[in-house]
Design a binder for this molecule. Sequence first.
Ligand code: SF4
Length: 472
Amino acid sequence: MPSTLFAKVWNLHTVRRLPNGQTQLYIGLHLVHEVTSPQAFDMLRARGWAVRAVDRTFATVDHIVPTADRRRPFADPLAEAMMAALERNCREHAIPLYGLGSDRQGIVHVIGPELGLTQPGMTIACGDSHTSTHGAFGAIALGIGTSQVRDVLASQTLALDPLKVRRIRVDGALGPGVYAKDVILDVIRRLGVKGGVGHAYEYAGSALAAMTMDERMTICNMSIEGGARVGYVNPDETTFAYLEGRPFAPAADAFARAKAWWASMASDPGASYDDEVAIDASAIRPTVTWGINPGQAVAVDERVPSAGDVPDGERESVREALEFMGLAPGAPIAGTRIDVAFIGSCTNARLSDLREAARIVRGERVRPHVTALVVPGSESVRRAAEAEGLDQVFRNAGFDWRGAGCSMCLAMNPDRLEGRQICASSSNRNFKGRQGSPTGRTLLMSPAMVAAAAVAGEVVDVRPIVRAKGAR
Ligand code: SF4
């Protein structure tokens, strides 16, 4: 029977069917960070349990690390305590930790792929919602909570309900100035923030086939914002080329063998899906969120809705979002004045993102009323960007250039909005308070759009700039 990648990986990792109907699934890779692990390790310690598969467990620090002054102890005692707890737990259990000072430190969903830890056909778990990122490699990658982090540490397994699989085909070519971020914002806008509940999203079609791994990661990263538990792309030559030579990828003959097995894990032609959606890539435009969830988005040349434009059941949420955002019903999103521009996060802080944003700001200046910062997704990205002189391009334009971490994506470190500031952000969530200020406002968009907004001081359509500057 032709089968989906989801079914193949799920079946291969099934340990047993549990009496409650759930599946006990073996986890091939467990990525750990400082925020969701301290209590999990405490629970292990209280029971006198060891970590079951140390060789499948890797840790880094990302959420709480300052991106400017990284000296210890941190000014924030809570951040320092989380950092110290992770260091102690990793030491006690002999878990590799890519901590501050390591050239491998960075956002957990950036370093896993970079190091070649993330591979096709795997099951991957991490105590962070955006673990779905790793699905770009053809893995089932699950964001889990603290008690499940404990379960994986103790047993290397998780108890899970199976998922339906929806194939989302995106066919055709993206226009200049339209990026993977616009594709996933468009998907979430169409299907809704709860549209994927109970599903795995399989992304397919010629647009996905043409994408780089960085772009596929951006797409899979935000699957969770559309309600899907996981998102994935079938592995192909682009995947294999990305992995070859990475520190934890198989080498020499083992790589050839792995490649054959990885290819066999892709969904078979003729596999059946619980649902299918088709999207025309050429119709997607640069997309910007106007509300307080990632599905409340419009194309940059559209107007925000008014409550009267939507079905009865959505009116209240539209009213609430417009009021919080301070946007007039029916106003054009272009021209919305911004206070802060943030290029960072596990969605869009890889080298290709920074290159594209740098093309937009080269030779330009950030508007005086805008605070702009670039936070590379990993120290490896930072070094590579500096080797190309991208840091200087951003600095010359008036951006702050920082060390790697989550930063203003969720503001568990000193990088945060103040008061009612509006932030053009390349991150993935625009919930109330997400960027540190309870009244701060977030407009999600691609890194190139953030760069353009920083220069203009307001939301602008990046397409004419891209055409003029020759960015992608
Ligand atoms: S960058 Fe944001 S979404 Fe990604 S891991 Fe960090 S906090 Fe989570």
